[in-house]
Design a binder for this molecule. Structure first.
Ligand code: SF4
Length: 321
């Protein structure tokens, strides 16, 4: 039986769009529109989709950095959707985030030691001597030199800064990390080092990850399960191997087809995805992918497909199957 750490049911987060002299609500951006997902203990769920599909809003809503409008979030079996801020603050020790940009996510006024110890000081979990020991241990774990403790973020490279961000995120011994495009702003040569570090930490600290990315090669490397998101909804979810060997949703198929290949002369099996992502404020009726889908049928404009299990562990939202 699966050991589920985090479960979300029908989560929604809409943003009002206001216009005119009276600033009236003219519409809604459905950034997250009824998303349901599970993340198993010690596993990585890769969340992939184009920019603007709602990945970041979803992750912030899970951590309650944004308040979801409706739906449920269960963490370690407990419903945390509406727990009061004080309880949520305590729970944040167990749910941390590594941000995409290692340049802007670290306060340049503070030393590395001060940045990494921030959570420990806020939550008052250790005394001064223990904090100092813990920081040394954390810097060693993420492979930063000991003297980094008294240096400032600008003295480090992008990869080293991301190591500082990771040290900060694991300082409170969390069990769940949101990794929001953690390597996309780094050189390719450094990306592998950070990914290896994340693997190592997952093993060592039994961490579960929600790995957000728009890079399919990356998601293939790091994930146990993969969820594909399009305009606020999950359109397909499956185990890593299953998704790459047998993608069923036309959007997933198009994303895989667009992946860079080592042989430029190789013929593509399917046409590349055409058109831009539809504006989230102006969703078409029925399936929100239908304007770009090469298989769109009449029913696709009338009825929004719901996410259904098509084989064990493989779910799909499409009228084709
Ligand atoms: Fe294409 Fe219809 Fe499936 Fe949407 S439901 S992906 S339009 S076939």
């Amino acid at each position: 039986m699966k050991d589920i750490l985090l479960k979300i049911n029908s989560l929604k987060k809409y943003y009002p769009v206001k216009r005119g002299f009276l600033y009236r609500i003219a519409g809604w951006i459905k950034a997250v529109d009824g998303v349901s997902l599970d993340i198993e203990k010690g596993k990585t769920l890769g969340l992939v989709g184009e920019s603007g599909c709602g990945k970041t809003t979803l992750s912030r809503s899970i951590l309650r950095l944004l308040e979801p409008d409706s739906g449920k979030i269960f963490f370690k079996g407990k419903d945390i959707t509406r727990i009061p801020p004080r309880q949520m603050r305590r729970l944040r020790q167990d749910m941390q985030i590594v941000f995409q940009d290692p340049y802007s996510s670290l306060d340049p006024r503070f030393t590395v030691g001060r940045i990494v110890e921030e959570g420990l000081r806020i939550f008052n979990v250790l005394n001064k001597k223990e904090i100092s020991e813990k920081i040394k241990e954390l810097l060693e774990i993420v492979r930063l030199p000991r003297d980094a403790i008294n240096r400032y973020p600008h003295e480090f490279s992008g990869g080293q800064r991301q190591r500082i961000g990771i040290a900060r995120a694991i300082s409170l011994d969390p069990s769940f990390l949101v990794l929001d495009e953690p390597v996309s702003s780094l050189d390719v040569s450094v990306q592998a080092q950070i990914i290896n570090l994340l693997y190592e930490l997952q093993e060592r600290l039994s961490l579960s990850y929600l790995f957000i990315t728009h890079d399919l090669n990356m998601v293939r490397c790091v994930s146990d399960d993969i969820a594909v998101m399009y305009l606020g909804r999950i359109v397909e979810k499956a185990q890593n191997i299953e998704l790459f060997s047998s993608p069923k949703h036309p959007y997933t198929q198009a994303l895989l087809e667009a992946m860079p290949v080592s042989d430029p002369g190789k013929k593509r099996k399917r046409p590349l995805l055409k058109g831009e992502v539809t504006m989230a404020i102006n969703l078409p009726s029925g399936c929100r992918f239908r304007n770009r889908c090469p298989h769109a049928m009449d029913i696709c404009s009338q009825q929004e497909p719901s996410l259904k299990e098509i084989s064990p562990g493989h779910t799909l939202a499409c009228h084709l199957l």
